[in-house]
Ligand binder design. Sequence first.
Ligand code: GRG
Length: 315
Amino acid sequence: MDCAMDRAARTPIREPPAVEEDAWFKNVVDGVERTLDTCLPVAETGDTRLLEAMRYATLGGGKRIRPLLCHAAGVACGAPKDALDAVSAALEMIHAGSLVHDDLPAMDNDILRRGKPTVHVKYDEATAILVGDTLQAQAFLTLSESPLPAERRTAVIRELAAAIGPFGVAGGQFIDLQNVGRSMTLERLEQMHLMKTGALIRASLRMGALCILPEDEDDASTYSILAEYGHAIGLAFQIGDDILDVTRSSAALGKTAGKDAARNKPTYVSTLGLDASRTLVRHLRHRAIAALRPLGINGCQLRLIACRIANLAAA
Ligand code: GRG
């Protein structure tokens, strides 16, 4: 890492008052919790086990980073809150379903998630597979019924489908699994994480904006700001996740700590070391915040989230 980059990364960033910040975060998180509760199906009669398992995987846990990003980008563009709530709920269903599949014995084989037994431990493996599948279906159903004009609805559906496919989340997960026990170049590691973690983060931002702005020439600059911010924040988030895996306990994380090293998985920490990984997170935070400058006050919430993500890794 060069010195100029390191100096920039160390420059303190003035943050807006914590009270307003906390109120905004709480408002979004509470809103998404309510919307998820409404959008997840409940059985009137018959076997309720699959529906219960979907709720177990999705409700009452997680940092809700993707809804926060979706709302922050939407607020910056003037999108309506009810649409942002629906889109955020869909994003969380996809994310929660991906965590359920990620924890399966055929993938990361974990027993603890969000402080609770993973879905295949609490229920069984077949149920966990179906929970991932049905959460995906429910996410797209939620988007198809979202309070948006038809053209905006199609745009958010398309964005999410593209983000989770072979060139996004699922493709990144495939590369990840192929490389357990191997070393990776920094470039390849970055590419993998831009797909596995970054694709849904970038989609969260774009879907917030797509609720109101067509992606045409008039609004191209907004989308390029979100692309630059999303690239930086997506990587910072993943590097933070790698850092926390070695610096925090399972109790603090709510998931099994030290798993990357135990499985001999290539990570930023194993590739760059802890200090350089932390420096890189600070650099990426600055890059993300710098990208927001043209948005002025409208980028305020996005700026807060960049600080929050960087602070997670710094602790
Ligand atoms: C096609 C969506 C889809 C999934 C199938 C299993 C799989 C392919 C992909 C796994 C993707 C995955 C789990 C990436 C990890 C991303 C990551 C850093 C997760 C942790 O996210 P947090 O910290 O978790 O936001 P909480 O619990 O706070 O929501």
